[in-house]
Design a protein around this ligand. Sequence first.
Ligand code: SF4
Ligand code: SF4
Length: 173
Amino acid sequence: MFRFFRNLFEALLVELKLKKSSNRVVTIQYPDQIQDYPSRFRGRHRLTLNERGEIKCTSCFLCSTACPAKCIYIEPAEHPDPEVEKFPHRYEIDTLLCIYCGFCVEACPVDAIRMDTGLHPEIYRTNPNEFIEDKETLMLRSLILEKYGVEALRKFHLEKMKKYETNELRFMP
Ligand code: SF4
Ligand code: SF4
């Protein structure tokens, strides 16, 4: 009982900003407070871009074949550039089915998919279709990460989550 009230008192001091931090308070106020994840943390996916800012993926299907959850959907198309054989006209990951094993990243021969965003899944939506991440969403992550860095990507993600919480955003941008 003593420990409960002592820890509660310390948590209140931290909350009221009368104390910077406390070793006794182990919970954090996510998403306002964020802990750094280890470098090996498998975050949400991104599709990487080449030097021209185009999608690197060549629609080889190796990631979707390796995926144990069968949650990657690819629709290939002929690329207008004859040097490039194919590209994904449609590339989607159903993150509700995904088990974040990283097999897709390991299977990709051209480093076109990564899980180094440091973002973890959104788990509170009610419409299952909103868990499906499309090509544009996955490419946008790479664009923000490469142009503005991981902090900007995290901020973008958190802003979006807060909008979901307040119902300002109904569908993925
Ligand atoms: S992390 Fe695993 S389950 Fe998720 S898309 Fe990649 S291979 Fe599939
Ligand atoms: S992400 Fe990589 S493994 Fe998957 S289809 Fe594209 S190129 Fe192939």
